[in-house]
Design a protein around this ligand. Sequence first.
Ligand SMILES: *[C@@H]1O[C@H](CO)[C@@H](O)[C@H](O)[C@H]1NC(C)=O
Ligand SMILES: *[C@@H]1O[C@H](CO)[C@@H](O)[C@H](O)[C@H]1NC(C)=O
Ligand SMILES: *[C@@H]1O[C@H](CO)[C@@H](O)[C@H](O)[C@H]1NC(C)=O
Ligand SMILES: *[C@@H]1O[C@H](CO)[C@@H](O)[C@H](O)[C@H]1NC(C)=O
Ligand SMILES: *[C@@H]1O[C@H](CO)[C@@H](O)[C@H](O)[C@H]1NC(C)=O
Length: 814
Amino acid sequence: MRLWKIQRILARCKDIKCVSKSFVPALVGLCLGMTLSMMYAPFSEDSCETYIAKQDPQKMIKLRDTKSVDVVDEMYEPRQLDIENIDQSAYKLDTKASSKFYRPKFAATELGIRQKLFVAILSSKDSLNTHAIAVNKTLSHYVTKVIFFIDQKAPVIPPGMIIVNFDDGYNHLMPINVLKYVIKKYGHDFDYYMFLSDKGYVRAENVFDMVSLLSVSRHVHLGAPKGVEGGKTYCVLDGGVIISQSILSQVNASMKWCSDNCHHSDQSLNFGKCLLHVTDLECQSTAANKVYSAYPVKDFNFDKDIGALKVQSAFNKSLSVFPMPDDISHYKLHRYFCEVELNSTRHQIQEMKDNILFMSQFAPGGQESVTWPIGIPEPYRPKNRFDVIRWDYFTETQIFFQDDFTNVRELTGVDKLDVQDIIKISMEKLNEKHSNKYLYSYLINGYRRFDPQRGMEYVLDLALEDTSIPREAEEEHNYNKRIIEKRVLLVRPLGEVEIVPMPYVTESARINIVLPVTVRDMDGWGIFLENYARLQADAGDSLALIIIYIYQQLPKPGEDDIYTVLKSMSKYYDDKNEGGVKTVTINFASNGTYVPEYKLLDSVSDQLDNDALIFMCTIGMLLNAELLNRVRINTIPGWQVFYPVGFWQYKPNIIYEKKPFPAEIEFSSKTGHYDVLSYEHGSFYNSDYKEARKPLAEAELMNYDIYEMFVRYGKLHVFRAVEPEFKHYYMHLECLPSSSAALFERCVERKSLSLATRSQLAKRIFQYQDKRDALQKSGDKDAQQNGDKDAQKNSENKNVPQVPPNNNVDKKAD
Ligand SMILES: *[C@@H]1O[C@H](CO)[C@@H](O)[C@H](O)[C@H]1NC(C)=O
Ligand SMILES: *[C@@H]1O[C@H](CO)[C@@H](O)[C@H](O)[C@H]1NC(C)=O
Ligand SMILES: *[C@@H]1O[C@H](CO)[C@@H](O)[C@H](O)[C@H]1NC(C)=O
Ligand SMILES: *[C@@H]1O[C@H](CO)[C@@H](O)[C@H](O)[C@H]1NC(C)=O
Ligand SMILES: *[C@@H]1O[C@H](CO)[C@@H](O)[C@H](O)[C@H]1NC(C)=O
């Protein structure tokens, strides 16, 4: 049945491929993340890539041979700078020591001593709750730091903004106070300082990008030139003024002069005068070929003026627009520029796609090799039939064969939202292409699969009502004619992959293996100890074993110790190996009830240093050096605890037909499984354990295992992953009802899953029933045939596990 379905889907997939080639425009794309940047260097209109992309590559190759690619050569030919013509003052640290060139402060920037952009907003009592909030909302998340300054105490203080109040009521003197304050508190911390009145709108993202491109070795005094004071131009504060740290520290020296001499009624004049007193650098609108274009407006009314403004390229390119009459205009303008930004990003994406398509014809495989959608990694190609990623079939309400154990399941939660969402998007895109002529009717078929290289892929067969076909009188008859089918392909690409920075760890940490032993574990004891002794002979001091013997009742002196044999074995290895096995022994009485993990660990934790690395183990595990190294690497103090998921062997007498069972653990899907319900193997540092344990009361701890304790603690990464080097012998699980309900339930579920595969169990049931029937009907000649039928009937009995369809059923479906 399953095989047949896959074949059908594969057949469809072939169809899709031709469809996608011939009807590319008719198919629908869903592009959430932009992975293009990984394939292409940052785009700029006149970049080399674009230039080359627009040329014929064959011609380019020829040109390269003859070394006469005019434009390209010219662009990269080293040129000597004409020192005479460069504005010398821009390269000088000290205006007096004019003969000395200013050395770029690479070291300072590389060490990250300074942050990029500080913004001081000059507001006032009256505009703090309107203009200033608008500035905060449109600017603060793009720049490094923003502080608002006011002249008088405001009745309502907006939340989430740093506000400094000078409280002298002299609004026009504020620039000097602000300069003083900024120099004193932040004078050394930033590369660039922007001063702006709250009447100005600034495209903060673009401003930040621009100052990021400026060299920190330059003096910078950028802004919108306004007037002339003492023969030098100054900037208008409404349009924003950007100065470099070097200028700010010069101003530092003359703050007293500024306080005494800058008493005009105009803020911008006071500010400009103070700056120009110490620096020769006038207010400029360009720095190092980067233009800071400010666009002054008069009686700005967004709805009325935008039509005329948006056709001017000066307005399109402007980084600041001022003054804003009110906060609403501010928001409307911000919305407009966000749209412009979005449109230009879309345009860039489209251009990159065109480039990729164009270049692909010269790449191996040609244009055929470009897969849809462009820029998203191509679909995973299975190496053999076991690698095929399964498509899940779904309708609007149900999903089928999602995993090996369910046939059909209701669509709920995010799955349901997901399906609704892709149908909606398909309809939008289809109607965009076909001038709104379709009405969604129903979903015929849906397929989806998760491709780890690319994201979620969907194939939908949609039934649509074509509204362009006119309705006729016999409604009923006509309806079917109006219904058409469309197949659409969608991809929901994976977003940007994030790299989580990890602290550095060494591989030499000493591991304290904590091993609880119960009476049931005695069988595996020899193998474990032998393994351990061998590892320790190599590892020496970096391994220690702490054994916790769990008794029902501690033996009284003179009584027999049930662990005598085990204890003498560890003593034997202790004596045999040089350095010994070095075991610490703890006796623990359980009184026959469930012992929560934390009680065992508490008894160990006290005996160890805070920086001890603890690894919880069980007797059945196969210790090896590789596993221990992973433990060392993946456990990070104060940062991460590690919970490997091992490969657990199934119960040997079920999975093997006859004795002797192999001593080794065979690694195959028939002999074991990765037991994702096992949480007993974990490694962590003692200090982390103590911290995580602190906030929880004993009564709470009773309900959790240590893993859950760490998850609830929340301050550490809990790293849980399948560990291929970690194998575990079959272990008989004892589920004690005295443990918490959740733990007990998990244990019972795990117990049933850890016996064998479903088909192996089914086989045993058949064998058992065959045998029983044969016994019952012994003497009857037809026993064999009837037995078979009865077995089938019995399997419907609730108490017997359901038997999955056997191979015969599969073939019928084929
Ligand atoms: C100001 O901006 C900050 C940072 O973006 C934000 O957390 C805060 O809520 C904003 N305050 C107001 C009143 O908008
Ligand atoms: C300003 O000058 C004072 C002393 O005159 C000095 O301590 C301080 O570091 C200077 N600040 C800046 C940003 O240069
Ligand atoms: C300004 O930008 C808008 C939106 O991107 C565009 O439609 C318009 O043509 C541009 N105008 C100029 C003069 O560049
Ligand atoms: C952005 O593009 C859309 C669609 O192409 C257009 O309707 C809209 O006016 C554009 N926005 C701006 C600000 O140019
Ligand atoms: C077992 O019983 C003894 C004596 O009654 C008691 O001291 C000990 O704490 C009990 N242990 C557990 C795990 O309950």
